[in-house]
Write a new protein. Sequence first.
Length: 406
Amino acid sequence: MKRFIQLCIRYANYGMVISVLLIVRQLHAAELSHYNAKKIQYASQLQQEGKLGEAIDVLSLLNPNAKYDQAYIARVLGVFYWQNEQAKKAISELDKSVSLASLDKQSQWQTEKMLADIYYSEYQFSKAISHYQHLLVSEYSTSSDKQRTELASNKNEIYLRVANAYYQKQSWKNCLTYIRQFVPNNSNEKIQKYKLHLVSELQLSFWRPAEKTAQRLIELEPNHKMWWQQLIAAQLQQQKTDKALVNYALAKQQGVRFEAQDFKTLSQLYSQNRLPERAAQIMDEMFLQYPKTKTEPELVRQATYWQMAKEWSNAEKVWQQAAQHNTVHYWSLAKLQAHQKAYKRALISTEKAKSVISVPEYRLMMVRLYYKLSRYNDALAQAKRLNEAYPSEEVKDWIQYLKHKE
């Protein structure tokens, strides 16, 4: 998205270069004093010859009295400073020209637009927004269809700029307000519009509109995996699990390649939406495509998903794999096996976990497992050892109970 914003700013700068040339050429000699008009013409000639520094010097020395002359010279100076990559001075001159409010309405509008564009390109978004909003409610007389079309086109472009500026400020509601008013003229502009729509809707948790926007983006860019991801995420947030599964399958059929991080994100989304079995299955696909992701933390996560889904055999298998990375996981494995009445396997796992669990945990588990295996003497021996070091009412009850089993 940042790259998208940068492209918009470059596009804005390109538009300013064109407007700069128009501004310089629009000399209203009838309104300018003869002396100042000649100086501006001379400066314009120097500018066209690539002598921007000299052109700036010529105009900087002028000290006009008439407000119109002041505004016009400041306007041209602002253009020259911008072309000379002196943004701060360009802003100062253009701001002066706009503040004087002495140009004809069309020139005033164009000058303020250039000022806003420079603020925008310099990432001063609040100031750019203020001027753009003023431009949107301002008009100037148009005498031809061409002029009317140009004004409408400029205002349409401003809606996009303001939306982008609010995006940078993370003001999502305002971003949505302005991007909705932007009318795209081609598929690229549609993509720009829907991108801003989607980001804002997701940030505001507007899941249903976000779902529709993601679908529109998929129609325009069917191979773009991000739109599929956001579509699935929006559907899961609405508990539309069946649709999310279908779209995941469609994305794969479309040839969208999911990276390892995409699989992780997707599995987490399924887990958050109470679909742990599907989350674990997604991780299997990740392990298959990206074997290096089969690390201890990811195995633990998958084992937990299988356990949440009550897929006990799968959970046991993955806990065993995790335990090969770190013996601490033998304890989780032992508890799962005990829960599943696999007492002999639980006994082996508990022994392997002995070094990473506390003595009371180890002894008490051994008591329970020996008891379940009808090995009452072994259970009693473990209970007595536990009582000697860590006496408790629970252990005493076990001892009394097991004595009657002898």
